[in-house]
Ligand binder design. Structure first.
Ligand code: GDP
Ligand code: MG
Length: 170
């Protein structure tokens, strides 16, 4: 089996960190500063008979003030492009707060027919894991997600489970 998987989410949610974690190497630059990834970063993970091509999309940030800047247009275009013909989308959000930028990304997925998996990242920050439940319900209701997974891209918890979900759609 093989397939294309797009990793999407507003800047700073942990797309590059997840990509590096899945691929087991630092192929995508991670940073506290948003918009570190200017180009699409692709990585291929081969495991047994499965070959999955992950695409770490540059930020979808049309909320930024200078929305007409060429670099923004370019990056938005690249992000939309990455969503065409994918087998599966991993939509990453942070564990705490739904931001307008999250909605922008979700809106971009409206016409995407491929299954969308919701990954709630950075749960290693949570002291009280039970506080996550209402949040999972709230965000989980925003779309018919193929799966909803709390995880930590940085520490790796639940990342193998995410890969198993992804493999169902190859
Ligand atoms: P991107 O803009 O979506 O590609 O986000 P990055 O992967 O560059 O991550 C942004 C920041 O969040 C970096 O400082 C990462 O180290 C941090 N980060 C990413 N994933 C996690 C996580 O699971 N837990 C914690 N605590 N920090 C994370
Ligand atoms: Mg990045």
């Amino acid at each position: 089996r093989c397939g294309f998987v797009a990793i999407v989410g507003r800047p700073n949610v942990g797309k590059s960190t997840l990509m590096n974690r899945i691929l087991g190497q630092k192929i995508s630059i991670t940073s506290r500063r948003p918009q570190t990834t200017r180009h699409q970063v692709m990585g291929i993970k081969t495991e047994g008979d499965d070959q999955v091509i992950y695409v770490d999309t540059p930020g979808m940030h049309i909320m930024s003030k200078d929305r007409n800047k060429a670099i923004n247009r370019f990056m938005n275009q690249a992000a939309s492009q990455a969503l065409r013909d994918v087998d599966c989308v991993v939509f990453i959000v942070d564990r705490t707060r739904w931001m307008p930028e999250d909605q922008v990304v979700l809106d971009k997925l409206t016409h995407v027919k491929a299954p969308v998996i919701l990954a709630v990242n950075k749960v290693d920050w949570l002291e009280d894991k039970a506080s996550l439940l209402p949040w999972l319900e709230e965000v989980g209701a925003k779309r018919d997600f193929a799966a909803i997974l709390p995880l930590s891209a940085k520490h790796g918890s639940n990342v193998p489970e995410l890969e198993i979900e992804v493999a169902k759609h190859l």
